[in-house]
Design a protein around this ligand. Structure first.
Ligand code: SF4
Ligand code: SF4
Ligand code: FES
Length: 471
């Protein structure tokens, strides 16, 4: 491999790699704003400029590929002077409203200012100010904090495939906005907030909810479709506040779609059934204790002439394997099939739903459930007098017949009305497990919060069923 030297350290590189990436590999941080590894290089903020021996002027590290024998200084006096000057320049209009800014604690502008900037500013003129701009349901813009890095414009054009962010006017009056002030249209708008290196593009869903430093992070996978984008769940006090993408170049690169990003809200919904429930005299569901609900579930299922078990393709492989061993022993003769997305019965029906990430299967483990040998649901067979539905939070309920219905897992109150018994289970962020994406990759769901209310893991529910004396 070719080698160069950065701040006295020898660094190997692959031809074409820029100096920011090569320096990172040997633990040297070159500050930057406009560069993002998932976007084109424009070299316009000048924050990354470094000294390269035998080259007259400072070179922008984002646009300079390493070459064999190159000698680079990122902390020479002239490089440091540039970093201080650029920081001073970028901050002349910045409101310094970190105490009320959502980006505070994870802001590139804050971090670079602290590490590479000067503590003084010579600026005495009046700062320019703008009112906040509502950019649709996902993003609110605070233009006062913008440093014109154009990452957002490039994300729209190059990744989301939509030209919706633009820079209008020039010089001190430059403003980032949408065309004609229209709301953002992309299904990937949350990424604008992730890539903005300042608190200029804020997620409306997260605005003023929690300071970044209070959030506990769990590496997991999105359950929103069969791609299984890698993401972090951020929670505090057992409440999920946001999901952010994790880089996986084979699966989702740097991005998440909005559907997957905001899917977590059902975890804490007041509409979710989080206590065992049985149908009362007036066909209303009433909350009860676990023993009574288990007895009612057994009474409905054991001894049914013909029982169908519908298993959601939003369950993990471990949960499916448990059911495959439990059902033949305790509900013998039952037909077991899987369900998940209307119009996507098998993996053969699963395909790209857009040009970027989304898949047609709206459950995360369709490919895993088929590998485990379950057949797709094609309709209730004649003579069925009881149905057991087991699902996580995403599988779409098919039309169910008017027979005895028992639900295990995550249900909304409106759905639960059709059931005789509901045993509340865990959702994707409340359990560990394995799912298989459309590429055949096994990925791990990890538990980020404890189950809501009295909900229990499927393994615990089945164990309680087996231990219940009334059986
Ligand atoms: S809004 Fe953010 S991403 Fe867009 S140009 Fe301004 S600082 Fe950069
Ligand atoms: S593309 Fe699918 S897996 Fe990725 S974030 Fe969206 S819903 Fe989740
Ligand atoms: S990161 Fe290199 S010029 Fe902006």
């Amino acid at each position: 491999m070719p080698k160069c030297t950065i701040d006295g350290r020898e660094a190997e590189f692959t031809p074409g790699q820029n100096l920011i990436e090569v320096a990172k590999k040997v633990g040297i941080e070159i500050p930057y704003f406009c560069y993002h590894p998932g976007l084109s290089v424009v070299a316009q903020c000048r924050m990354c400029a470094v000294q390269v021996e035998k080259m007259g002027k400072l070179q922008t590290a984002c646009s300079t590929p390493a070459t064999e024998g190159m000698v680079v200084h990122t902390r020479s006096e002239i490089a440091k002077q540039n970093q201080r000057s650029i920081m001073e320049f970028l901050l002349i209009n910045h409101p310094l409203d970190c105490p009320i800014c959502d980006k505070s604690g994870e802001c590139d502008l804050q971090d670079n200012s602290y590490k590479f900037g000067d503590s003084n500013s010579r600026y005495t003129e009046e700062r320019r100010t703008y009112l906040d701009l509502d950019m649709g349901p996902v993003i609110k813009k605070n233009m006062n904090r913008c440093i014109h890095c154009t990452r957002c414009i490039r994300f729209g054009e190059e990744v989301a495939n939509i030209h919706e962010m633009v820079a209008v006017r020039r010089g001190n009056n430059t403003e980032i906005t949408t065309i004609d002030g229209r709301p953002l249209e992309t299904d990937y708008a949350g990424n604008y907030s992730d890539i903005c290196p300042t608190g200029s593009l804020t997620l409306k869903d997260f605005r003023f909810k929690r300071r970044a430093w209070y959030l506990k992070k769990t590496n997991t996978v999105c359950e929103g479709c069969s791609r299984g984008c890698n993401m972090e769940i951020h929670q505090d006090a057992n409440r999920v506040h946001r999901c952010l993408p994790r880089v996986n170049m084979d699966v989702n690169q740097y991005w998440l779609c909005d559907e997957g990003r905001f899917n977590f809200h059902y975890l804490h919904s007041a509409e979710r059934v989080v206590e065992p429930a049985i149908k009362g005299k007036n066909d209303d569901l009433s909350m009860t204790d676990w023993d009574s609900a288990l007895d009612a579930a057994k009474a409905a299922l054991v001894g049914a002439r013909k029982l169908t078990v519908l298993v959601g393709s939003d369950l993990t492989n471990e949960e499916i394997l448990l059911l495959q061993s439990f059902i033949p022993q305790h509900l013998s003769g039952a037909e077991i099939v899987h369900f998940g997305t209307a119009g996507v019965a098998t993996v053969a029906d699963d395909a790209a739903a857009d040009k970027l990430l989304k898949r047609r299967s709206k459950t995360a483990n369709l490919h895993g459930i088929e590998q485990l040998g379950l057949k797709p649901f094609r309709g209730i067979s004649d003579g069925t007098d009881a149905v057991l539905v087991v699902r996580g939070g995403r599988a779409e309920l098919p039309e169910l017949p008017s027979v005895k219905l028992v639900g295990v897992g995550v249900f909304e109150k409106s759905e639960a009305r059709n059931f005789s018994v509901v045993l509340p289970g865990t959702a994707f962020a409340e359990k560990d497990g394995t799912i298989v994406n459309f590429q055949g990759k096994e990925q791990k769901l990890r538990r980020a919060v404890i189950p809501a209310g009295k909900s229990k893991a499927l393994s615990e529910i089945l164990m309680m069923w087996m231990n219940r004396k009334s059986s």
